[in-house]
Design a protein around this ligand. Sequence first.
Ligand code: NAG
Ligand code: NAG
Ligand code: NAG
Length: 355
Amino acid sequence: MAPRIAILGAGIFVKTQYIPRLAEISDLVSLKFIWSRSEESAKSAAEVARKHFADVECVWGDNGLEQIIKEDSILGVAVVLAGQAQVDTSLKLLKAGKQVIQEKPAAANISEIENALSRYNSICPDPPGQPIWAVAENYRFEPAFVECKKLIAEIGDMMSVQVIVEGSMNSSNPYFSSSWRRNFTGGFILDMGVHFIAGLRMITGCEVVSVSAITSHIDKTLPPPDNISSNFQLENGCSGVFVMVVSSRSPKIFWRVVGMKGTLQVERGNQDGRHGYLVTQYGADGQSKSMFYPFSGVTEELKAFIHDISEAKKGINHVPEPRSSFLEGARDVALLEAMLESGSKQGALVHVKKF
Ligand SMILES: *[C@@H]1O[C@H](CO)[C@@H](O)[C@H](O)[C@H]1NC(C)=O
Ligand SMILES: *[C@@H]1O[C@H](CO)[C@@H](O)[C@H](O)[C@H]1NC(C)=O
Ligand SMILES: CC(=O)N[C@H]1CO[C@H](CO)[C@@H](O)[C@@H]1O
């Protein structure tokens, strides 16, 4: 029988991503519950889900959450709530023995990460019996980044890295008015930035050790800061820049790594009506080759979680997918927090907290 899961949350991302992506793999998983704090939103999301999962039940409030916790047949829970509420809710479920996939960001800041890790480790300190705490950030599962991780060796020693993000977060975007994102330290830079940092860490296969950043608040319709320009240094000694403009008129997003024997670039785009990434590799001879990879990270990540919870149920010493681990998500947050801290100190050098 396909493993049974529940979703906590009934917002835009649940309706437009979790439900349709789970529907695509409904042979592998059974969605049994949708929970929200309010009855109204739980019902509206359950209505969307019922088209694909006929016997999904909708539950709400504290009692609804208790019902999910007590239901032994629910192996895994997707926590897709306001950023401020996710860690506490995830830990409550983990303590009750559920396997959890929590939406990014892993936590709001470094102190919440430290507290979360100590509570997680107190549930069960050793990996074999530890419940799975996955963080859904999808970039580490995007085929374009998986491919770049393999290609990076071919460009030789790294000389320079650029991550340029000119986003399009304006009033046309469905997340623009999201109240929890507006009440989150770091604003959209933290909420969206973890993706671009995940991409950077995945392509280079290397951690960032220190940063120096300038941040500013220019577009007053957005929460601060909305603009960051940071220098960084990788542990292999290579330096780079990370630029993020939350709302630009001419969106453009790319990662570019220049090496001794060539250059590797990933750029957001679309081809044949499908959104995804164009990966271009420039060789030492000046020739380039490109390949387009449509998005499929959310699906791949959910598949990995479902595989993990099925294997963990068998009681063998299954090692869960490392790309989804809470620690990976925590490292993305720690790097952005270092940039934001440096920005608040007019560019002072800040060392990135290691997890
Ligand atoms: C928001 O950005 C998108 C993409 O750049 C653009 O097409 C749209 O017109 C913008 N909307 C507003 C209200 O500025
Ligand atoms: C904003 O966040 C703070 C601290 O997390 C919280 O106390 C406050 O109630 C929140 N306000 C809104 C409008 O969500
Ligand atoms: C990329 C970008 O636009 N960066 C700007 C952000 O704001 C600061 C301060 O106004 C400018 O110095 C940066 O050039």
